[in-house]
Design a protein around this ligand. Structure first.
Ligand SMILES: C[S@@+](CC[C@H](N)C(=O)[O-])C[C@H]1O[C@@H](n2cnc3c(N)ncnc32)[C@H](O)[C@@H]1O
Length: 385
């Protein structure tokens, strides 16, 4: 399968769209706000203030409200700093990148509203948007043309399924019944994923190092592994339960076992140390901050309930906690579907999806009854040497 074609978040703004099912990614954007704001102001002061123009790229912007949320936040941080310095804000050139089949149109349609909201703000700079379709594992921008690069919830996607795990190879046979690294995966599988991640990230860094000016900054947030060990349940439950739902269906003859055996996700969640090591080895950037954090559905509930979660004790008595976990599981299943649907459709066919995600939701519900509804992430800020 051609990855760039099937790696596509659900388009539009309907019930199953990524736009409507990306709240957890919104939590990640909120959690990384302080680090992003500090880095972008540094980038402005070191690399853009004298020219009056600031070029910002968001890589893997997708099509939901998160794309413009990040951009608004970045511009506000710079404008605030300009106000303190009593200098005029710069013109912003915002470059939104994603793969060719991304639904850029949904982002563009929300621009008039975005511009109207900015018109109501005092002291804001002019902004100019461009879309830059293509893979971030290659050059996307002219040399030395960017002051700030941001990417959230995207870099855990590899450029390809590791070659060793592609159809029929001896290593892929070792991962039968699994769709990613699992607690039972042999060393060869782990190694294939780690090697692909290291190769991809090195390429990513080399491309960005050519595009970002000296003193420019980059902030990357991606899913990570809490444990240095691979295959721990808290780190790979999303894939492990997906494999379980597929295998359940296979045992009832609803999915061909061979289809499961030949599917491996082009995904890798590194440990903080693995990420750090590649950045240091590649050498173009110096890390200024690196942090692990958990992004959980509780934060989505907090945000929407205005602190309703303080009443956990009372809730527990009347069973509302159980209801809440159920709702997290349902929303997580919808979120994973919005991300994976086109990829799974390409491999397994469309017919299995409703049943698969129904079962997946049930498995998540049971998992969340004993475990926190959270996913591990890492955020890293770095400066171009
Ligand atoms: C889960 S979405 C994240 C979207 C957005 N940044 C957010 O935080 O909500 C991941 C995005 O990364 C994009 N992506 C994955 N691999 C990519 C690549 N090699 N080049 C560019 N974009 C890629 C996907 O197409 C998808 O839109």
């Amino acid at each position: 399968m051609e990855l760039q074609r099937v790696m596509r978040m659900n388009s539009g703004a309907g019930e199953s769209s990524y736009a409507n099912n990306s709240k957890i990614q919104g939590v990640i954007i909120s959690r990384t706000k302080d680090i992003r704001r500090e880095a972008v102001v540094e980038a402005y002061l070191c690399a853009a203030a004298s020219s009056g123009t600031m070029s910002i790229a968001d890589l893997g912007c997708s099509s939901g409200p998160n794309a413009l949320l990040v951009v608004a936040d970045i511009m506000e941080a710079i404008e605030r700093s300009c106000l303190q310095l009593q200098s005029p804000p710069p013109d912003f050139h915002v470059l939104l990148n994603d793969l060719y089949w991304n639904d850029f149109n949904t982002v563009f349609r929300s621009l008039p509203e975005f511009y109207r909201a900015r018109e109501r703000l005092p002291d804001c700079g002019r902004c100019f948007f461009s879309a830059v379709p293509g893979s971030f594992y290659g050059r996307l921008f002219p040399g030395k043309s960017l002051q700030f690069v941001h990417s959230s919830s995207s870099l855990h996607w590899l450029s390809q399924v590791p070659e060793e795990l592609q159809n029929g190879s001896p290593v892929s046979c070792l991962n039968k019944g699994k769709v990613y690294i699992s607690k039972t995966s042999p060393w060869a599988v782990l190694n294939a994923y780690l090697k692909q991640f290291r190769r991809d990230l090195r390429l990513f860094l080399r491309c960005r190092s050519e595009e970002i000016v000296g003193g420019g900054r980059m902030v990357l947030a991606l899913m990570d592994r809490r444990s240095p060990d691979l295959g721990m349940p808290e780190d790979c439950h999303l894939w492990e339960l997906l494999a379980e739902a597929l295998n359940d269906m296979a045992s009832e003859g609803l999915v061909a076992t061979e289809k499961i055996d030949t599917f491996n996700a082009p995904f890798y969640a590194p440990s903080l140390e693995e990420l750090k090591q590649v950045v240091e080895e590649e050498g173009s950037f110096s890390i200024t901050t690196i942090e692990h954090f958990e992004a959980g559905w509780d934060a989505v509930a907090d945000h929407h309930s205005g602190g309703e979660d303080q009443h956990d004790t009372i809730d527990r008595e009347n069973g509302a906690v159980h209801e809440r976990r159920k709702s997290y599981a349902r929303r997580m299943a919808m979120g994973v579907r919005a991300v994976l649907e086109s990829m799974l459709k390409g491999h397994f066919g469309e017919g299995i999806l409703d049943e698969l995600f129904f079962r997946y939701g049930k498995l998540l519900e049971s998992y969340y009854s004993a475990n926190k509804p959270e996913v591990g992430n890492v955020v890293v800020a770095m400066v171009r040497n």
